[in-house]
Design a protein around this ligand. Structure first.
Ligand SMILES: [Fe+2]
Length: 444
């Protein structure tokens, strides 16, 4: 397979060196930040502001559920009161499939729009980013995959997240999906950061528990991976650590008492802080694996991250003990003065406990042994070529982490592989938390 060959070569020529160089570039790259409107009623305030900008017609990009629940009303009323016409495209589906994004681009042109408000979760915001960029460049989404592929910046773009997790309202990337090839594709451009974002907790009080849990754990993963990766900066560290504190404190409250506006607002802010951290410092092995699970099984992104996070943290721990110790203190999982190794272990236990407290399973129901080699290959490729991970995973490492989350009772499989898989899983459980360091850890 060509990707195999390229992957082997990439590993051989020392991609970490290339990625370190890329990290220097990302440190210097100016990344714009949206004006943030925060608090109950922020979506109406965003509507008032956008109405003042004099757009010809605004396209509101959303999904059917949000439209049906009436969550758009405060924004729509504010636009109407300000005399700004708008059209609503409510067909965005999970993972922002390319055909749907293409429909949105056509709709933008047909309705003669000149600005976009993204109103929804991560898939909606990502779809809206691509619609705005594609429309401004007269291009189709596939031709924009990669970095800075558009000649022009997007149509003016504003965002109202309705979940607290993706951080897409502040990031330079949009992830869309190619349903034919079961692949997720990334479009990255600093110009697709929205100009303004409203964090309105009132839009989040009705979120179902599994969505609150999965999106909250996605935000935690962004913060943790940004903090542990080697593209981190003083700014991304500050954002990541704040997000970790807020998530450990508020996610269980938001999960158990969805109507708690203060906890919802803190989670919305934490998600945005985590987004600011990872849009600078990037993510890592958890996301590399989760993207493959999402593409193959349509596992919700946050759930896939939440299930993989404990495995990857245990794998990475020997390289980043000191940083995990700091995370433990910020998560209030340990006490100042305790040995680093003890604190690091406390953080791993705290992540396990947080995940359990919000109903995250330890295994991924959809995962099948027969798919693991290809999933691991794709995940290693993504991590090797894109992410400044604290510890590089080999094909074997990644397969072991995936086998550790195999469901206990997978449907009938040929006897040989099943026994073999069980043996491998037993081996994984016995395996020490990690092997010798590759990178001279920056914090360990
Ligand atoms: Fe994520």
């Amino acid at each position: 397979m060509l990707s195999n060959l390229i992957g082997d070569r990439a590993r051989a020529v020392g991609l970490p060196a290339v990625k370190r160089a890329a990290g220097v570039v990302t440190r210097l790259l100016p990344i714009p930040q949206p004006t943030l409107l925060v608090g109950p009623g922020a979506s109406a305030r965003l509507g008032q502001a956008v109405a003042g900008f004099g757009h010809r017609r605004v396209l509101i990009v959303t999904d059917e559920v949000i439209a049906r629940l009436g969550l758009l009303a405060p924004l729509a009323d504010a636009l109407a009161a300000g005399g700004t016409p708008f059209s609503i495209f409510d067909r965005v589906a999970p993972d922002a499939p390319i055909p749907v994004v293409e429909q949105g681009i056509d709709f933008f042109a047909r309705e003669d729009c000149d600005a976009v408000v993204a109103f929804g979760g991560g898939s909606v915001i990502d779809a809206a980013k691509v619609i705005a960029l594609a429309a401004a460049n007269g291009r189709q989404p596939r031709s924009l995959v990669g970095y800075f592929r558009g000649l022009h910046g997007p149509a003016p773009l504003y965002a109202v997240p309705t979940t607290a997790g993706t951080g897409s309202e502040v990031t330079v990337a949009a992830v869309i999906s190619d349903p034919v090839n079961e692949r997720k594709l990334v479009i990255a451009d600093t110009r697709i950061v929205p100009k303004m974002a409203a964090l309105d907790p009132l839009l989040m009080t009705g979120l179902p528990k599994p969505v609150t849990a999965a999106t909250g754990m996605d935000a935690l993963t962004h913060a943790v991976e940004a903090y542990l990766g080697y593209w981190n900066t003083a700014f991304s560290d500050r954002m990541a650590l704040s997000a970790v504190s807020m998530i450990f404190e508020n996610l269980p409250i938001a999960y158990n008492d969805g109507a708690n506006v203060a906890a919802r607002e803190k989670m919305a802010l934490a998600s945005t802080y985590a987004g600011l951290a990872f849009t600078r410092a990037n993510v890592g092995n958890v996301h590399a694996i989760a993207h493959q699970l999402g593409a193959k099984y349509h596992t919700p992104h946050g759930l896939a991250n939440a299930i993989m996070l404990p495995q990857v943290l245990r794998f990475s721990a020997p390289e980043v003990t000191g940083r995990l110790a700091t995370l433990a203190l910020r998560a209030r999982a340990g006490n100042e003065g305790e040995p680093e190794a003890v604190l690091a272990e406390r953080f791993l236990a705290a992540v396990d406990a947080l995940a359990a407290s919000v109903g995250i399973p330890k295994t991924l129901e959809a995962l099948r042994e027969r798919d693991i080699p290809a999933l691991a290959e794709a995940a290693c490729w993504e991590a090797d070529t894109g992410y400044p991970v604290p510890r590089r995973m080999s094909q074997e490492d990644c397969e072991a982490m995936l086998r550790a989350v195999l469901p206990e009772e997978a449907p009938a499989q040929p006897a040989g592989p099943t026994r073999k898989a069980a043996k491998r899983r037993a081996a994984v459980k016995k395996r020490p938390s990690g092997k010798a360091a590759g990178r001279g850890g920056k914090a360990g």
